[in-house]
Each structure stands twice: as structure tokens, then as C-alpha cells.
Design a protein around this ligand. Structure first.
Ligand SMILES: [Fe+2]
Length: 288
């Protein structure tokens, strides 16, 4: 009887007020998801324990930029502000782990060239790899990828496409992209000198599950997922462009030899992010 009287009591607000409040919340959430979070950059700090790290490199910083997606969806002003933020950090190394552009037409390359005039460089080295969106329409235009690589080279980055190189005292191995059938880690592994401080860059984290990694032991820095861009609280993101659903974002153990770090990226495909803020990662090199 008591419970019935509670339920039959009229609501303290009218149905119209209730629906109005609901519409306001939906509107504010939509505004936040569209206008606020996609450019609300988070600086994430993370230690990076490296085997065989020389004492001179202990404590040095490595900034990972990923998935800038320069193009129609990401504002130039946001990219410029991100570059200025990274430059102010005065990092020792800067890496970019693919998807510099969202290629749509040749004008995007000119847009990228102009923005890269202020691309932040590391004091000791700057390294880049390519992602699927750097490969033009249908991710199949090798000539577009070559032009994106040339733009990055012009901006002071060493572009590694299935190759390894010593840069600033670290050995970097850069994989080319998986979805474009250019992914051949075994080629780059052949060039790796043993017992050297080594970091691997691989755009698509699914590449970690492909054959060809041999005895590689250490870190792999990746991007590509954007963390799913939208994620309900306490649940995994519903949309993730990887086969291995473990590969969302952050630090993940691939196996007992390899550790993966997936950046949530700076840019976006469609301009929506919810509960997955864009990221610039600042790693501090420490001896393993
Ligand atoms: Fe991307």
C-alpha cells in the first residue's frame, strides 16, 4: 500500500520539463563530443625501460605523435597548437607513428606541407613511419605514400619503411603499413644490431600478431586505433579497426618478449571523441 502510494504520486516535474531536460543533456553531450573532446589534448607521461640503454640516454625524453590526420576533418589551428605544445617540451626524440594525413585529394598534401613547417623535431632525432591513410585513396596509391614520406623528410624526420637505423644513439626499426600490404618486419629485423637500445615503430598494432618478428624483445610503439574515439564508461570501445580486440590503447603485453604502447592519436577521422581524449605521449627513457 505504501509503495503503491509512492508510485502513484505525481512526478515533481512535468513530462514536458523532463523531456526538455533530456534534450538539453543530449545536446550538451553532442556539443562536447563534437566541439570539445576532439581537440582536448592530453599529455600522457610514461616511463620506457630500454635494455642496453647507455647512461648518456637515461632520462632523455621521446615524444610520440600519432595519427595527425591532416585534412578536412582536423583543424589546422589544432595541429599548429599541438606542434607548439610539443616544441615547448623540448623533447630529445620525436616519433610519428603513421597517418600523417587523411588523404582525399592532392590539396591535402599542400596543406600538410604548410603545417609541417613547424613540425617539432627532437634534439637528438626525429623518426616517422607511414600509416594506411598515408597511402592515398583506398590505401593503394604508392605515389601518394612516397610524397607523404618526402614531406616528412623535408620536415626533418627520418622515414623508416621496413628498415632500421641508429639515430641519436638509439636503434629505431620502422615497419611499413599492414593494411597496404607493405608490412615486412623481417626485412627490418635483419638490419638490427644485437644488444643495442632499440625501439620499434609499427602503425597498426595487429602487425604484432603477424609472423616475422624473430627474437625481437622490447617495445613497439603504435597508433591506428585512435583508442576507438568513443567509449562508454567502464566498457571497451564499440568500434575498433583491429582484429585483436585487446589492442585498444595504452600499454599492452604482446607476449613475454614484446610490449606494445598504442597512442590514442592526435587527430581523428570523423570529428567525434567521447571518453577517449587525443594524446601526445612523453616517454622517459630508463634502463631496463
Ligand atoms: Fe589513424
Amino acid at each position: 500500500m505504501g509503495a503503491l502510494s509512492v508510485f502513484s504520486r505525481p512526478l515533481p516535474i512535468s513530462r514536458r520539463q523532463f523531456l526538455g531536460s533530456l534534450a538539453s543533456v543530449a545536446g550538451l553531450t553532442g556539443f562536447y563530443t563534437w566541439r570539445i573532446e576532439p581537440e582536448w589534448l592530453e599529455i600522457v607521461e610514461h616511463d620506457l625501460p630500454i635494455a642496453h640503454l647507455p647512461p648518456a640516454l637515461a632520462g632523455k625524453t621521446l615524444v610520440q605523435l600519432s595519427d595527425l590526420h591532416i585534412g578536412l576533418q582536423v583543424s589546422d589551428d589544432y595541429i599548429r597548437r599541438t606542434f607548439a605544445t610539443v616544441a615547448a617540451l623540448a623533447p630529445d626524440f620525436v616519433v610519428h607513428t603513421g597517418d600523417l594525413v587523411s588523404y582525399d585529394n592532392p590539396a591535402i598534401l599542400e596543406q600538410a606541407r604548410a603545417l609541417l613547417e613547424t613540425f617539432p623535431r627532437g634534439k637528438l632525432g626525429t623518426v616517422a613511419i607511414l600509416g594506411n591513410h598515408d597511402y592515398g585513396l583506398h590505401w593503394a596509391e604508392i605515389k601518394v605514400a612516397d610524397r607523404v614520406a618526402a614531406l616528412l623528410t623535408g620536415a626533418g624526420a627520418r622515414v623508416l619503411r621496413n628498415e632500421s637505423a641508429f639515430i641519436g644513439g638509439l636503434q629505431f626499426m620502422g615497419c611499413d603499413d599492414l593494411w597496404t600490404n607493405q608490412f615486412h618486419p623481417a626485412r627490418a629485423l635483419q638490419q638490427l644490431a644485437p644488444r643495442q637500445p632499440t625501439i620499434v615503430l609499427c602503425h597498426n598494432p595487429d602487425g604484432c600478431d603477424e609472423p616475422g618478428w624473430g627474437d625481437y624483445e622490447g617495445w613497439i610503439l603504435a597508433g591506428h586505433t585512435h583508442g576507438g574515439q568513443c567509449k562508454p564508461p567502464f566498457l571497451p570501445p564499440p568500434l575498433l579497426p583491429v582484429k585483436n580486440r585487446r589492442y585498444t590503447a595504452g600499454e599492452i603485453a604482446v607476449d613475454d618478449k614484446r610490449r606494445l604502447y598504442i597512442s590514442r592519436g592526435v587527430g581523428h577521422l570523423l570529428r567525434v571523441r567521447f571518453n577517449v581524449r587525443p594524446e601526445v605521449t612523453v616517454f622517459r627513457l630508463v634502463p631496463a
